[in-house]
Design a binder for this molecule. Structure first.
Ligand code: SF4
Length: 370
């Protein structure tokens, strides 16, 4: 019955002239009805507690739902409360995050959990402003947690929602601009319902994810907003949303080394605040070098070398940089004498590389060859 009801609305609305605000206000009924029927069953939806909603929303940034599910379940098993996250061992936290990428998200989760323990008694703040003040929480995440977990009337506008809204209103404004996002947030704040705010936000996000899809043709025939959507009516879905071209990624050449004995391998902990800070890495050098030059630069005595082997090329794409890598395996007769200390490389047992040390996904093509 529900299906027919929101499909029927298409005929009623047709191409009727409406203000942008009225058009968006009219989405509420069909959106909520569609969401009741089509919301995906996801682990974090069964109990929309603030902590679960927060962790899932952070994981979902830049990452697909299917990829997030097992990470979310493992994370909740190991860190079931804000307090357990605040007390998490850094290496263990990074190990659980390994493969999800954008590791600053995990670091910020812990920082925010510590603040929540110190200032809010071990729970997340229950206001939009309070949430927004925590590390790693921007307007989208604050709105998502506020509306889904606390039922507050706050918008949650992410890339999916921006795409949907700009298509429904046939807006040609650049959705990559912060000013356009702020404008959409203000608009949604004016038109969103008083109740079921979490469902309303999730319905917008969900239609953006599975109907008004980011890549490929939107499935307008399955969309609860079709009757109201100007881009669909006017055949503009190819042109909208407008997103000004991103800057081309910088390509960096890098040589990655597997420096190993029969049972141990050399790794290093990355320092500083960069992209992969506080994770571990395989020794690597800027540019493409040869085995001999690499050994010199890494301070490995040549007399210990049993065998040098070229490994296949690989690449890894970060948001702004692409690593174009070549690999070299250096088999040593024994572990060389090395200085010990923070930031210096050290040998670990090969099986520990899997079980204990978090390595960014960029090194996966070579870790598989250990
Ligand atoms: S009708 Fe089509 S273009 Fe419009 S919001 Fe729905 S899926 Fe997107």
């Amino acid at each position: 019955m529900m299906e027919q009801w929101y499909k029927g609305l298409k005929i009623l609305e047709g191409d009727r002239e409406m203000s942008r605000e009225d058009r968006l206000k009219a989405l509420e009924g069909p959106l909520l009805a569609w969401y009741e029927d089509h919301a995906r069953i996801l682990p974090w939806r069964s109990s929309p507690e603030p902590y679960q909603v927060w962790v899932s929303e952070i994981m979902l940034q830049q990452t697909r739902v299917e990829a997030v599910k097992p990470y979310f379940l493992r994370f909740m098993e190991e860190f079931p409360t804000v307090r357990s996250l605040a007390e998490a061992d850094d290496d263990r936290l990074m190990k659980l995050w390994e493969g999800l990428g954008y590791y600053s998200r995990a670091r910020n989760l812990k920082k925010a959990a510590i603040i929540a323990c110190e200032q809010y008694g071990g729970t997340l703040p229950d206001t939009y402003e309070g949430l927004l003040s925590l590390p790693g929480i921007g307007s989208y995440t604050a709105g998502a947690v506020a509306s889904i977990a606390y039922g507050l009337r706050e918008p949650a506008v992410d890339g999916n929602v921006l795409r949907v809204l700009s298509r429904v209103t046939a807006s040609r404004e650049d959705i990559g601009k912060q000013s356009v996002k702020r404008e959409m947030e203000a608009l949604i704040r004016r038109v969103m319902p008083e109740k079921r705010t979490g469902e309303y936000n999730q319905a917008l996000i969900e239609t953006g994810a599975i109907v008004c899809v980011p890549n490929g043709t939107p499935k307008c025939g399955e969309c609860p907003m079709e009757s109201l959507c100007l881009a669909s009516r006017r055949g503009l879905t190819e042109e909208i949303p407008v997103k000004a071209g991103k800057k081309a990624r910088r390509v960096e050449k890098r040589t990655v080394f597997l420096i190993e004995t029969s049972d141990q391998i050399l790794i290093r902990k990355r320092e500083g605040e960069g992209l992969l800070a506080s994770l571990y890495e395989l020794p690597n050098l800027d540019g493409w070098t040869e085995g001999k030059e690499g050994m010199d630069r890494l301070g490995i005595p040549e007399r210990l070398l049993l065998e040098s082997e070229e490994l296949p090329e690989a690449r890894h794409i970060f948001s702004h940089v692409e690593w174009k890598m070549k690999g070299i395996r250096l088999r040593l007769s024994r572990i060389p004498a090395m200085d010990q200390g923070e930031g210096l490389p050290f040998f670990v047992r090969k099986e520990e590389l899997e079980s204990r040390y978090p390595l960014p996904a960029a090194f996966s093509p070579y870790r598989r060859l250990v």
